[in-house]
Every structure is written in C-alpha cells, then in structure tokens.
Design a protein. Structure first.
Length: 482
C-alpha cells in the first residue's frame, strides 16, 4: 500500500513505531555512558588495573561519542539518517558483545570505543528522524519522549548497573545490550524510513571532519581531566583545542558543503537556545556527580539507599518530559523553557541548602523539584533548536544537540568538582581534594556553594531563552513588515 493510500490511523501508528525504535536505542546509548561507573571497582580488581587505567573504560566511551557525533550528523544528512541510525545500532550491539567477551583491559577499552562509535551514529540522527516523521503539531511531544529517555538513561545507569553487578558478573552490564540491540535493529528494518532518499547529494566535507575530531578530543580531554586539577599539559591541550577550533571555522567557511552549518550558528536565537541547553546540562552533570557524595559521605546513607533516592530524578523526568512536549505543542516552546529553568534553578538551590542531618523525604522533594524543572525545559528546548534549521540539516542539528549535551555534562563535572573542593579549601585554609580531607561540615559549605553557582548559571540560561524569544519575535515582525 502506498503512503497516500494509508489511513490516518495507520500513518499515526507508523510514526509512533518509529519513535519506539528510536527511544530504545537512545536509552541504551545514554545508559551506557553512566552504567559502568558502579562496576568500576569490581572491574579494577578482576582486571588488575590501576585507578587511572580503569577510568578509561568510562572516559573512552564519551570521548569517542563527542569526537565523532558531528561527523555522523552530517553523514546522516548526506547518506540518510535512518540508514546511519541502523548502522549505529549494529555497531553499538557489536561493541557491547565485544565488551562482554573482553578478558583484557586493553581489549575492553577498544570495545568501548566501538560502542561509542555506534552510540554517536545513533544519537546524531535520532532527533532528525523524529523531526522528519512527526508533524509539527506532535513534534514537541515526540521530542519530549526522546529527551525523557536521554535523561532516564543517564540517571538510571548507576541503579541498573548496581542491580546487575550485585547478581551477575560485571560483563552483564554490556551483554544485556546484545538482545535489546538485535531486537531494536530488526524493528528498525520494519519501522524506519530506510528507503527514503537522503536529504542531499552534496560531497562530504572530509577536511572539516579531519579537523573537528582532534578539536573535540582536545577540548573534551582538557575539560574532563581538569577535574583532578589543572596542569601545564592540560592547559596546553586546551590551547591546542582552541587553536583547532579557529582552524575549523576557517575550513568550514571555505567548504562548499560544510560539516557544520555556520550560518545557522549566526542566528542569535539558535545560538542562545544552545547556550541555554549547555548551561542546563552543565548543571545536570554537576548535580548528578556531586549528589552521590552528599548522600553517602555527608548524610551517611548506605549505597543501596542512596541509589534508591537518586531514582527520584529519572522517575520525575519520566512523568514530566512527555507532558512538557505536549504542552509546547499547544502553547509554544518559550514559556515551558523559561518555567522549567526557573523551577530547576530553585530545585538546585533548595537541594544545595539541605543540611547533612536532613531526612530522606526532604532530599527526595528537592530532587523532584529539580526533575520537574529540567524535564519541563529539555523537550521544548530541543524543539526550538530542531525547528530552527531546514529539513536538509536536521542531522547536523541533532548531532549538535548531542555534542552540547556531552560537553555540558563534562564541563559540569569538572566545574562542580572544582567549586566544591575549592570552596572547602578556601574555608579550611589548605588544599582539600576529598571528603575525608575536610569532613561533613566543610563539605556541606562547599556543596552549598557549588549548587548556588549552578543555580545562577541555570537562571542565566533562562535569560538566554528569553532573549532568544524576543529576537525571534522581532525577526518575525520584520519579515511580516517586508
């Protein structure tokens, strides 16, 4: 039956089947960015690795995702987003199998890199696929569900990983992806628009790809490893990343079919909405990283109880995310974005001010306010960004969202750590690098300071969103007047 001959209900069912296929892989890929952390101590012991060596199992995954996601986004525009998404699912599933079969640290790190390549290909194209198949009247709701599964994957990793390694060997955290990946790939063969023509037949920007990969690697590594303290080597790496960024802009300006659409970045509303997204995910990265230390070290909660408490955020987001998308379809994206960021900032401030003697219900309440805020913001913000580019550049926009998310969370972990222990050191009058160095009282002061800073940054994101909306309205009035 042709597309024209299908009933409205059949076409609608088809679009939701596409969404289900996309979110299954989206959840797996984001879950694997955080699920390994809980198993690292066990893996370190069994693989006879040092603390620095074992950390690469976590780092290499995000590193590869960041370095290649823009390349895959452009390839999706050129070759077809659904095709590249399916390739990503296959590669991710293969990488998961290799991880589960690896008995050597070096092989495991290499397998994690394969996983990262697959995740980058899938996450670079997932939002573009959803934006293409859903009408504008339903797009916000659909993107809200995607954003919810992104957050669920990031937040549920430690909890699911903890359950798996408590019952099964550590290899289970990777092998569980294999049957899910196979089912997702087979479902994609039936649901995804694999036969649709690619968006463009323009040549691929190889020069831009050659520059962007080391550029992102340099920036990501320098931001990530500065969490342990700045060094001359990291400063040099950051400088190299900035130099490569300058070279990348020059290369892209001269390219006939650039990897990154710099003209889109010239749009002030587009850039401001990306800034708001970056600040939001920086806060997500910082709070997600620091809260387990607060719960276990400062409040003295057992790890099992702390893990259960932390599920308040993904559970809250699972409820709010789809609602936020539907709301943005009805009333527009700006109001939910603004309300979400203000509520998120309030939740961060409330949670950061909690004393170490606080009861669990009060902690959960603060986290639910955070979940309400960031859940209300993410889907409408994604819709604003994806709706700012043409159909032929949806892969680019989707990959840029993934890159901003990864870089924002990396910067949040680095900045949150620096703010926490830096403040503790200032108050103590000596360098402090861990909870044990300062104790509960100093930790609480540093925790309060770090959360207050990120609450202020989230409010800055709200200001960027408001300015973007005003500039968009002004540009619309100018076009109408012309």
């Amino acid at each position: 039956m042709t597309e024209a001959g299908k009933s409205v209900s059949e076409r609608r069912a088809g679009t939701w089947a596409v969404l289900l296929t996309v979110v299954a892989m989206t959840f797996m890929s984001t879950l694997d960015s955080s699920i390994v952390n809980i198993a690292l101590p066990i893996m370190q012991d069994e693989l006879h690795a040092t603390a620095t060596q074992i950390q690469w199992i976590s780092t290499v995954y995000l590193l590869v995702c960041c370095a290649t996601v823009l390349v895959f986004g452009r390839l999706g525009d050129v070759l077809g987003k659904a095709r590249l998404f399916q390739a990503g699912v296959a590669l991710f599933t293969l990488g998961s199998l290799l991880c589960g079969l690896s008995a050597d640290l070096t092989l495991l790190i290499a397998a994690r890199a394969v996983q990262g390549l697959g995740a980058a290909a899938a996450t670079a194209t997932n939002m573009g696929i959803v934006t293409e198949v859903f009408p504008a009247s339903q797009r916000g709701r659909a993107l809200g569900i995607v954003a919810t599964f992104v957050s669920l994957g990031l937040m549920c990793g430690p909890t699911i990983g903890g359950v798996l390694v408590a019952v099964f060997p550590w290899e289970s955290i990777f092998l569980i992806n294999v049957p899910i990946g196979i089912v997702s790939f087979l479902a994609g063969l039936r649901t995804l628009p694999l036969g649709s023509a690619p968006g463009e037949r323009e040549p691929f920007d190889l020069r831009g790809a050659v520059v962007v990969v080391p550029m992102v690697l340099s920036l990501y590594c320098s931001l990530t490893f500065m969490a342990t303290g700045p060094t001359p080597e990291l400063a040099a790496l950051l400088a190299a990343g900035i130099a490569l960024l300058t070279l990348f802009v020059v290369v892209e300006r001269r390219a006939s079919a650039p990897l990154v659409q710099l003209d889109a970045l010239k749009s002030a509303p587009f850039a401001l909405n990306l800034v708001a997204m970056l600040l939001n995910f920086a806060a997500v990265g910082a709070t997600e990283y620091l809260l387990p230390f607060f719960l276990q070290d400062a409040c003295g909660l057992p790890s099992a109880v702390a893990g259960l408490v932390l599920t308040a955020i993904p559970v809250g987001m699972a409820v709010v995310g789809p609602f936020a998308g539907s709301l943005s379809d009805r009333i527009g994206c700006t109001a939910p974005c603004l309300a979400g960021l203000v509520i998120y900032a309030a939740g961060i401030a409330i949670t950061g001010a909690l004393p170490v003697t606080v009861q669990v219900p009060a902690i959960v309440a603060g986290m639910l306010v955070m979940a309400l805020g960031t859940g209300l913001f993410q889907a409408p913000n994604n819709s604003l960004v994806m709706g700012s580019v043409g159909r032929e550049h949806l892969g680019f926009a989707g990959s840029l969202i993934s890159l901003v998310r990864y870089l924002g969370m990396s910067a949040g972990v680095t900045g949150g750590t620096a703010l926490l222990y830096g403040r503790m050191g200032v108050l103590a009058g000596r360098p402090i690098a861990s909870f044990a160095d300062g104790g509960a009282e100093l930790f609480q002061q540093g925790f309060l300071f770090a959360f207050a800073v990120f609450a202020a940054l989230v409010l800055l994101g709200a200001a960027a969103t408001l300015l973007a909306a005003r500039l968009s309205r002004r540009a619309h009035r100018a076009r109408a007047g012309a």
